[in-house]
Ligand binder design. Structure first.
Ligand code: SAM
Length: 235
């Protein structure tokens, strides 16, 4: 059987490329995103009652890797990137149907003339991600205290110490607002070490870059220390 699905909404997030996005939601709490409902679903009635839930499930399309196809086995970063497990035993993006599932905090629902926007916290979603569905998180059924977590039994630990160059610190200060603390956002992202697992094992220092909001963020890694060297505005 095949099905045709419509996007009910689109994500606007700080993550402008895949590299740097946390591997699951809730890890980078400073990351704010919005989910804009699309016509004909952008109706006040369609979200009535949703604001009473603190968290929602979002199903979405991994639109950033549609051309990459699926793989029957994948190498999860949590296993060091060198052990294969079945794709259905992972949350990998390389799936037969490129559908993702994330639970995120719902800060507020903003309804204005002709627009319905959900404000989210801690999402692990690429900017422009198409959303297939939204459902409320129900603690009594969705939280299972004795569940087994397979190869990822616990939340990943943030083992890295992140420091900022003078240039990077200044950009963080200049851009600070109640809605954006760039220093905390970058610190949270990098402390979970977004590098692929095989790179993390390599010896010596390495330089990396990611696009975050309107910035190119560059950093170097040496051992367990990360130095954010440059934060450059993208023109
Ligand atoms: N929480 C979701 C799940 O379990 O289905 C996603 C887990 S997946 C391991 C997380 C990764 O998906 C992120 O690190 C990011 O690189 C990637 N990602 C997020 N949004 C994406 C999109 N729209 N297209 C392609 N990759 C995406």
């Amino acid at each position: 059987m095949s099905f045709t699905l419509n996007s009910v909404g689109i994500i606007h997030s700080c993550y402008k490329e895949k590299f740097g996005i946390p591997r699951q939601p809730g890890l980078v709490t400073e990351a704010k995103a919005t989910l804009e409902l699309l016509s004909p679903y952008n109706r006040e009635e369609a979200v009535r009652g949703l604001e009473d839930f603190s968290h929602i499930w979002i199903t979405f399309i991994f639109h950033g890797c549609l051309t990459e196809g699926w793989k029957p086995t994948v190498r999860p970063p949590r296993l060091g990137g060198n052990k294969r497990v079945g794709v259905f035993a992972t949350r990998s993006t390389y799936r037969p149907n490129p559908i993702g599932l994330s639970v995120v905090e719902l800060e507020k629902v903003v309804i204005e003339k002709g627009s319905v926007v959900l404000h989210l916290k801690g999402a692990d979603l690429l900017d422009q991600t198409p959303v297939l569905d939204i459902k409320p998180y129900l603690p009594y059924v969705d939280s299972i205290s004795n569940a087994k977590g397979g190869f990822a039994p616990d939340a990943p630990s943030s083992e890295f110490e992140v420091t900022f160059s003078e240039q990077a610190r200044q950009v963080c200060q200049q851009t600070y607002s109640p809605d954006l603390n760039l220093a905390v956002l970058i610190n949270q992202i990098l402390s979970f070490d977004p590098r692929p697992a095989y790179t993390a094992d390599m010896l010596g220092s390495h330089n990396f870059a990611m696009k975050l909001l309107d910035y190119d963020v560059k950093w170097g890694v040496e051992g367990k220390n990360i130095l954010v060297t440059d934060i450059l505005k993208i023109h």
